[in-house]
Ligand binder design. Structure first.
Ligand code: S3P
Length: 436
């Protein structure tokens, strides 16, 4: 991997050139899970007293959450590499809260701010600003918050209401961010707030708050109330399965590879990709399973294998929503025709991920066609070199970087430094395990 521009600058256009790899070997310690990190910071901010967060990530998205919490009057510190968060009351911010690239920051924080006795404005970068916010504005509005936006987009002005009313809300889209925003607002509402999900989404919020969850006729009913407000504690953040996913696919498709990934979080609401890759023929072993802070962690070993095609649709899509771009790369390397459908939500991520992966993989010679809700990928077409664009989306940058490992010629990835949103050091790690 050659840096076209030095990756030490914060230029939004830093490029990376990825060359074909003959094999991958070594051990990777994936960065701490950003979904859990956001929640650990927010719950610690609400808990009166000092909480400790072990393995706080260096990635940009959790840093956005922490910066917003500081603007809300939360003090933080550091002791022996552990993040200290002194939580309690939040205070009106002097300036707009900048959520950067992070949808989780904007949506979950809106839920918290809905129940405060002050007003705050949330802003984001050019990728976050057009993302849909009506999905949280509607239920939080029903609870009594007043949220104004520009046609359902950021900036969001949240006029908090300390007298919110609990609601029962059936999620119209499978979204952990919407579910979490409502459940967090429920901590500040009278009575009980219940979210009903017909398709399960990641369950970190309910796990971390210890919220009661009922299975009713194939649906999940999750409730929160003022009694569930968090107490200070110690949060230990596992390695991010969604980050490990890039190396699971990379070592599967680059011949003669074997990688060990340590301390990977295996929350069952996040690991459908494991089953998908195994169904395609991937050789992934799970070792040393243990439970830390209510989450299962393990070490994974992956060795290269010939993959075959897969059909993906239905409820399992939500479980693998962040892994679908890298699944596309596995499908492009697999024998046969794969279909990934029911993934319309990908159009509303940091970029339109369906369009971005179609463009990127096609530019490298893959046989991929786009549907409104996913892709058809005829695998096995040899990948060539070329120029591709991250579209300012960390997962697109990393997925295309993995595809490039199998391309015959070098691949220039524009805006590759966006990987730092969830995986700082990704390009160095890729280079290291490729022996460069
Ligand atoms: C996240 C939930 C998912 C996921 C995002 C992180 C979370 O979004 O895509 O990267 O931490 O709750 P949706 O809940 O909107 O699908």
């Amino acid at each position: 991997m050659n840096a076209d521009n030095p990756m030490t600058t914060r230029s939004k256009t830093a490029d990376i050139i990825v060359e074909r790899a003959t094999s991958l070997a070594g051990t990777i310690v994936p960065p701490a899970d950003k979904s859990i990190a956001h929640r650990a910071a927010m719950l610690s901010a609400l808990a009166p007293g000092t909480s400790r967060i072990v393995n706080w990530p260096r990635s940009a998205d959790p840093a956005s959450t922490l910066a917003c919490l500081k603007q809300l009057g939360v003090r933080t510190g550091e002791e022996d590499g552990v993040l200290l968060v002194h939580g309690g009351e939040l205070h009106a911010p002097a300036l707009p809260l900048d959520c950067g690239n992070s949808g989780t920051t904007m949506r979950l924080l809106s839920g918290i701010l809905a129940g405060q006795d002050f007003e705050a404005t949330l802003i984001g970068d050019a990728s976050l600003t057009p993302r849909p916010m009506k999905r949280i504005m509607d239920p939080l509005g029903e609870m009594g918050a007043r949220i104004t936006s520009t046609e359902g987009h950021a900036p969001l002005r949240v006029a908090g209401n300390p007298a919110l009313t609990g609601i029962t809300y059936r999620l119209p889209v499978a979204s952990a961010q919407v579910k979490s925003a409502i459940l967090l607002a429920g901590l500040f509402a009278s009575g009980h707030t219940t979210v009903i999900e017909t398709t399960p989404s990641r369950d970190h919020t309910e796990r971390m708050l210890g919220l009661p969850t009922l299975e009713v006729g194939g649906e999940r009913h999750i409730s929160s109330s003022a009694a569930d407000r968090p107490k200070p504690g110690i949060w230990s953040i596992p390695g991010d399965f969604s980050a490990a996913a890039f190396f699971l696919v990379a070592a599967s498709i680059v011949p003669d590879s074997s990688l060990r990934l340590t301390g990977v979080g295996l929350n069952p609401s996040r690991t459908a990709l494991l089953d998908m890759l195994r169904a395609m023929g991937a050789a992934i072993e799970i070792r040393n399973e243990r439970t830390v802070g209510g989450e299962t962690l393990a070490d994974l070993t992956v060795t290269s294998q010939s993959l075959s095609s897969i059909q993906v649709s239905g409820g399992v899509v939500a479980n693998a929503i962040d892994e679908l771009p890298i699944l596309c790369v596995a499908c492009a390397a697999a024998a046969g025709t794969s279909e990934i459908r029911g993934a319309n939500e990908l159009r509303h991520k940091e970029t339109d991920r369906i369009a971005a992966m179609t463009r990127g993989l096609r530019a490298l010679g893959a046989d991929i066609s786009e549907h409104e809700d996913g892709w058809t990928i005829r695998g096995g077409a040899p990948l060539t070199g070329g120029h591709v664009d991250s579209c300012h989306d960390h997962r697109i940058a990393m997925a295309l970087g993995v595809a490039a490992l199998t391309a015959s010629e070098p691949v220039h990835i524009h805006g590759a430094d966006i990987a730092a949103v969830s995986y700082p050091g990704f390009w160095d790690e890729l280079a290291r395990v490729a022996g460069r």
